[in-house]
Design a protein around this ligand. Structure first.
Ligand code: C2E
Ligand code: MG
Ligand code: MG
Length: 720
């Protein structure tokens, strides 16, 4: 080996391994090729550190060419000087002798085998630095004489980077957030201390289990399906989820799941990170409460109410449902507040809120606007304006009544406060929110004007209709006691115009008013249940009349039909009541007919049939009224023991001019006859109609042509 600047090696000019029997030129070449093609940087120096050999990998790694390096002193060339100085200092202390910061620093630690391995920082020609693992070996000749040194350096940047990442991961794993690593089969492989703290499960308990260990049951299958769908699509999912701790407590957490893939893009693990967000939830709901609820009464505030009102209007538009807004104001609340103090006033407002809450159905909203202004919103009131108004009025009455009950605020004294209510009805988005609120306000003003403790609708027509209805209902309640009902009777004749029977039809004669037709009060009587006592009166009066008829040869063979409403027929003791009336008046078999309408036949068929049969054994016959206006088909009717069918007046009216009506009536008559039902044509007013009906096989008739409904004495008198 020479210290002179050598030429680039051709063969063994820089022979570094010297052996007696390995000096064959081919071997030299092979050795050279190995050195040149090695993956690591190989640098050979003489015993003083002068570089003798610098392989291709070293040239690549450090950016120097052979000529720039060989013959120069190592380590000055490509070692970080401050590192060499620092190591020399450490070594001096360790070895208790002075180690110079130069080549000596590298070889001072060679062991008995002449080996040392250490991490160093290399500096490239361009000044950039990188870490290397440098193994230094002393090279001796066969006599054991030191010839020089061989350094093999490998770039450890990647390893360093990985080590650093591992350190980061390890630190992260110790973080505040709970971490759970699972394999592809979702078996838990690792959990961190935060996991244990949060869930209560130790690592030992959790590892090997599935994450379902934490399932709260609050999320349904669809939720998990969506979560896994997102994970499969994007490799990532995050969201809120309710889990269960070991203690059984359920808590909300914010969960992030990431799918981990290897270099071949195969799924290997799932890493879930989660943290408890209970506190966040509490804060969130507190903020929500402050923003949307009245702190005193805990009722929704104006903002939430308007919000819901908007939603209700939108929903109402979709399903054509009516809704109502009720503005409620306590009468003279200010006086109470001023005289008894705000404390008592607040007490009262809280109590009002509680009472309102009690009145609400599901879906209704009671809100406090401020002061003593409360608002109630009703939804889903059906799709008829009048019915919606009735329902709203019922609710308003309930509220007014409830709020008028005595208040016990402090001590034993009872306080009384009435309330005024203004109502505005809406259907979908027919009015704007502002308009609606304003209308309800105006209505409230009118209620106050009317002397307080009152309910007013904004819509005048609705108000008039409701007023009329209220008067009617009040009148109807007293009509029975005051004996204001009258029973009229209308004849039924056969095809030869012979009288065969009659229909009893009710009338109401309120004092000093015009006679009221049944269509004007029967529906209200049905709604209020008053039809039951009224129906009993009709039945009793009709039976009394039949008793009277039995003694008269002109009427002895006539039957009398009475109309019975569905709700009356559905009374549990209906059969007993009819039976009692028949017995009371000694009515003969076959004289009393009951007219029922199709609506009764659609529900509770077995019960209806049983009752009809029971009554038939008492000698009562059945007639199906207004046939053709409902849904029942003739074949459906066979299930019920009807004896007679009445074709509705609306078909008879146009029988001569409307081909459809003519066809319908003739078909009904034909099928009725075929089913051995006697068919009565209602509302026959003209000869032509009568002739048509006779021609088509109809055998019984009722209508103005043969006689209008008249009081019984008039009817009997007309028989001559
Ligand atoms: P309905 O049972 O179909 O009675 C026949 C109705 O047609 C009667 O009306 C009768 O006056 C009317 N009418 C009869 N012939 C003619 C005609 O030629 N032309 C016209 N334009 N009308 C004719 P009314 O008495 O006003 O009764 C109306 C409905 O009220 C009855 O219809 C029945 O459903 C109900 N109703 C009457 N009385 C009672 C009752 O005591 N109890 C119950 N539950 N309902 C009753
Ligand atoms: Mg009838
Ligand atoms: Mg009828």
């Amino acid at each position: 080996m020479t210290k002179d600047k050598p030429a680039a090696p051709v063969c063994c000019s820089n022979q570094i391994v010297v052996g007696s029997d390995t000096s064959l030129p081919e071997i030299c070449q092979i050795q050279h090729a190995i050195l040149e093609n090695a993956g690591h940087a190989i640098i050979a120096t003489d015993r003083d550190g002068t570089i003798l050999y610098f392989n291709r990998a070293a040239q690549r790694l450090l950016g120097y060419s052979w000529h720039e390096v060989v013959g120069r002193a190592s380590p000055a060339l490509f070692h970080a000087p401050e590192e060499v100085i620092a190591r020399a200092r450490v070594l001096s202390a360790e070895l208790h002798r002075e180690i110079k910061p130069g080549f000596e620093t590298f070889v001072a630690r060679l062991d008995s085998e002449g080996l040392d391995e250490n991490d160093w920082t290399y500096v490239r020609k361009d000044g950039s630095r990188f870490p290397v693992r440098l193994a230094i070996t002393a090279v001796n000749d066969t006599q054991g004489e030191l010839l020089g040194y061989l350094g093999i350096a490998s770039d450890i940047s990647l390893r360093r980077q990985m080590e650093q990442e591992l350190r980061i991961t390890a630190t992260a794993f110790e973080s505040q957030a709970a971490i759970m690593v699972t394999d592809v089969e979702q078996r838990i492989l690792r959990v961190n201390p935060a996991f244990t703290k949060l869930t209560g499960y130790s690592a030992q308990e959790a590892v090997g289990q599935k994450p379902s260990l934490l399932k709260s049951g609050r999320q349904d299958a669809t939720f998990y399906r969506r979560m896994w769908g997102a994970l499969q699509r994007s490799g990532h999912w995050q969201g809120e989820i309710w889990n269960r701790r070991k203690s059984g407590e359920i808590y909300p957490e914010w969960l992030t799941i990431s799918a981990i893939h290897d270099e071949q893009d195969r799924l290997t693990h799932y890493v879930s990170t989660f943290s408890d967000i209970s506190n966040l939830k509490v804060a969130e709901s507190e903020i929500h409460n402050l923003a949307f609820y009245d702190p005193l009464t805990a009722l929704p505030n104006r903002r939430l109410l308007l919000n819901r009102l908007d939603k209700a209007r939108q929903a109402g538009k979709r399903n054509a449902q009516y809704g109502a807004l009720l503005m409620i104001d306590l009468d003279n609340f200010k006086t109470l507040n001023d005289t008894l103090g705000h404390d008592i006033g607040d007490h009262m407002l809280v109590e009002v809120a509680n009472r309102l809450r009690r009145c609400m159905r599901e879906g209704d909203t009671a809100a406090r606007q401020g002061g003593d202004d409360f608002v109630v919103m009703l939804e889903e009131l059906g799709n008829e304006a009048a019915a919606a108004a009735v329902q709203t009025e019922t609710m308003a009455e309930k509220i007014r009544h409830e709020l008028a009950l005595p208040y016990r605020l402090k001590g034993a004294t009872e306080h009384f406060r009435s309330a005024s209510i203004g109502i505005s009805i809406f259907c979908g988005q027919d009015k704007t929110t502002e308009e609606l609120v304003r209308q309800a306000d105006i209505a409230l003003y009118k209620a106050k004007e009317a002397g307080r403790n009152a309910i007013r609708f904004f819509d005048n027509e609705m108000q008039i209709a409701l007023d009329r209805r209220a008067t009617l209902e009040a009148g109807l309640r007293n009509a029975l006691l005051r004996n204001e009902f009258l029973l009229y009777v209308q004849p039924q004749v056969d095809s030869a115009c012979r009288l065969v029977g009659a229909e009893a039809l009710i009338r109401w004669q309120p004092p000093r008013q015009a006679l009221v037709a049944p269509d004007a009060f029967i529906p209200l009587a049905e709604e209020t249940g008053l039809i039951v006592p009224i129906g009993l009166w009709v039945l009793d009066t009709a039976c009394a009349r039949l008793r009277h008829w039995a003694d008269d040869p002109r009427t002895r063979d006539l039957y009398l039909s009475v109309n019975v409403s569905a709700c009356q027929f559905r009374q549990a003791d209906f059969v007993e009541q009819v039976s009692a009336a028949l017995i009371r008046h000694g009515v003969a078999q076959g004289r009393l007919k009951i007219e029922l309408t199709e609506s009764l036949l659609l529900e509770n068929v077995a019960d209806v049939v049983a009752k009809m049969q029971a009554l038939r054994t008492l000698g009562v016959c059945f007639s199906l009224d207004d046939f053709g206006t409902g849904y029942a088909s003739l074949s459906y009717l066979k299930r019920f023991p009807f004896e007679q069918l009445k074709v509705d007046r609306s078909f008879i009216r146009d029988i001569l001019t409307d081909a459809d009506d003519a066809a319908i009536v003739s078909a009904i008559v034909a099928m009725g006859n075929a089913l051995r039902l006697s068919v009565v044509a209602e509302g026959v007013e003209e000869e032509g109609q009568h002739a048509f009906l006779v021609e088509h096989g109809c055998q019984l008739f009722q209508g103005y042509l043969f006689g209008r409904p008249v009081p019984f004495p008039d009817f009997e008198q007309s028989l001559g």
